[in-house]
Design a protein around this ligand. Structure first.
Ligand code: PLP
Length: 403
């Protein structure tokens, strides 16, 4: 028997796990499944800005060779200018790395840091690649709680209580996937102060920083500290609706001199994979120099704004389902009332929903949530489709096992 490596034992990605396989099986049998498992805008009719597409096409012949392992200078300069304008100080293009999506940079940045047994603080719930990356690297993902009763804000007391001599870093996902929370300056400042005190690297995953509702402001964590090492991470997948191009970036700022050896390690890992997809790198400059992307879509009259409001109204009208209204991204993380329903196994619940109604959502435990009483829904479909889909959820819960 050929076995997987031990490093993979605590590694999973339920967005494409066993329930995904079941959904594909149903589709192969000819059923129409509504796939609300992954935040991939294109299949729902969203298009990347025309200028982004054009830039890739126009530069295709120039993109035949490898680029520098950190990425095209023009793209990295655009990233630098973008974050300088947002208020991040002392940025150098050498501290910017481009990747095949942010996913690759998450893996590389954790692998370059973590030794066996090292701990990283990761939110619960989280975007599960973070937990997977830490565990795969031989580290231990220690989950700090985000508090549903406080708009899903991180529980700072819980973070404090989980810092040990082995803690190397803290992950902040803002705007958050899966909860849709957008953090205030106060809460970010408290977390940054802890990172400074305990010399933790901050990984700030800000890949949804333009998908904001009701006028809420996004504050880049890196603007709040000069003395912590902060790695700001983003990309084109969500803000520019171009997930398939696989274009992401990370920017190291703050007390970089304290992290010179780590940054050298990042450089080695980046060079080992030679470079990221070059055609997509050409899109970064034009995107960051201000092409309109999601700005209109997130307005109450825009497509995403309407879908978010409709999804929230319909979902929370289901008896036994409650939800914090998301302020960013395109997900909701509703709670299933455990007093009303028998919710001991959330994977079984989403499998039951898939079998009964052909709707595919992901169980909360897939986002490292500690109780089987949540699921995540993607609200990328048009309002009419969402309406029909949530009617199916409502029907499902009306007959689901009572507690
Ligand atoms: N971070 C978060 C919070 C995400 O939700 C995602 C994708 O869903 C990623 C990172 C990875 O994005 P990509 O690899 O497409 O850039």
């Amino acid at each position: 028997m050929i076995q997987r490596s031990d490093r993979l034992h605590n590694v999973s990605y339920e967005l494409r796990g066993p329930v995904y396989e079941k959904a594909k099986e149903l589709e192969l049998q000819g059923h129409k499944v509504t796939n609300l498992n992954i935040g991939n805008p294109a299949p729902f009719g969203f298009n990347a800005p025309q200028a982004v597409l054009q830039q890739i096409v126009e530069n295709l012949s120039l993109a035949q060779g490898y680029s520098d392992h950190k990425g095209l200078l023009s793209a990295r300069e655009a990233v630098k200018t973008y974050y300088e304008k947002a208020g991040v100080a002392h940025i150098h293009v050498d501290d910017i790395f481009l990747g095949n999506g942010l996913s690759e940079l998450i893996m590389q940045s954790v692998q370059a840091l973590v030794n066996n047994g090292d701990e990283m603080l990761v939110p619960s719930p989280d975007y599960p690649l973070w937990t997977a990356a830490v565990n795969f690297s031989g580290g231990k993902a220690v989950h700090y709680l985000c508090d549903e009763a406080s708009d899903w804000y991180p529980d700072v007391a819980d973070i404090k209580s989980k810092i040990t001599s082995k803690t190397r870093a803290i992950v902040i996902i803002n705007p958050n996937n899966p909860t849709g929370a957008v953090y205030s300056k106060d809460i970010l400042t408290e977390i940054v102060a802890l990172a400074e005190e305990h010399e933790l690297i901050i990984f700030s995953d800000e890949i949804y920083d333009k998908i904001l509702y009701d006028g809420v402001e996004h504050i880049p964590t890196a603007t709040l500290s000069d003395s912590a090492v902060c790695i700001t991470m983003s990309g084109l997948s969500k803000n520019y609706l171009a997930a398939g191009f696989r274009a992401g970036w990370m920017l190291i700022s703050g007390a970089k001199s304290k992290a010179a050896d780590y940054i050298d390690g990042l450089n080695t890992l980046a060079s080992l994979r030679v470079c990221s997809n070059v055609p997509a790198q050409y899109a970064i400059q034009v995107a960051l120099e201000g092409v309109p992307s999601v700005q209109d879509l997130v307005l109450p009259t825009g497509r995403l704004g309407k879908q978010r409001n409709a999804c929230y109204e319909k979902l929370t009208a289901i008896p036994g389902i409650t939800c914090v209204k998301p302020m960013g991204a395109f997900y909701m993380f509703p709670k299933i009332d455990a007093k009303r329903f028998d919710v001991h196994n959330d994977q079984q619940l989403v499998l039951d929903l898939l079998a009964a109604q052909h709707v595919f959502v992901v169980q909360g435990s897939g986002f490292n949530w500690h109780k089987p009483d949540h699921f995540r829904i993607v609200y990328l479909p048009e309002v009419e489709v969402l309406d029909k889909t949530i009617d199916k959820l409502s029907l499902f819960f009306s007959t689901y096992k009572q507690a």
